[in-house]
Design a protein around this ligand. Sequence first.
Ligand code: NI
Length: 159
Amino acid sequence: MATRQIVKDTEDILRKKSRPVERIDDRVLALLDDMNETLTKADGAGLAAVQVGVLKRVVVIHVGEDELELINPRILSQSGEQETVEGCLSCPGKWGITKRPMKVKVEYLDRNGKKRTKTAEGLLAKAFCHEIDHLDGKLYYDESLVRFVTEEELEQLGS
Ligand code: NI
């Protein structure tokens, strides 16, 4: 395993659409391992493969007890609404309040190629939406942003 460099939002690759994984081979498994290590080191909630320069529909998410690896994830359904603070490892020092669904149901393949579904709420639902947006070349401040927040405001919000 190794950590990989996280791409910043000034780079064009983050605007590209990632391709579905057709075969879960050793390269995909190594990518997942490296992404987990990179995310742990960066102390973030989620990471999409494009953020380490790989245009594959692969995501890792670490939220609370959940450590998830998602291959070819897609949102099956969503409901409710939440307005919370959101940031991105590719956009250091930049934070915003976003509007996201409160609950989502996601379908994906795990590393063994088994199809799974997961229903998530709150923070985990936000992480799913954020990372799946990355796979389509979107950043959180494109469509979901309500407004950016300042550093002082962020402290007051306690996030
Ligand atoms: Ni991000």
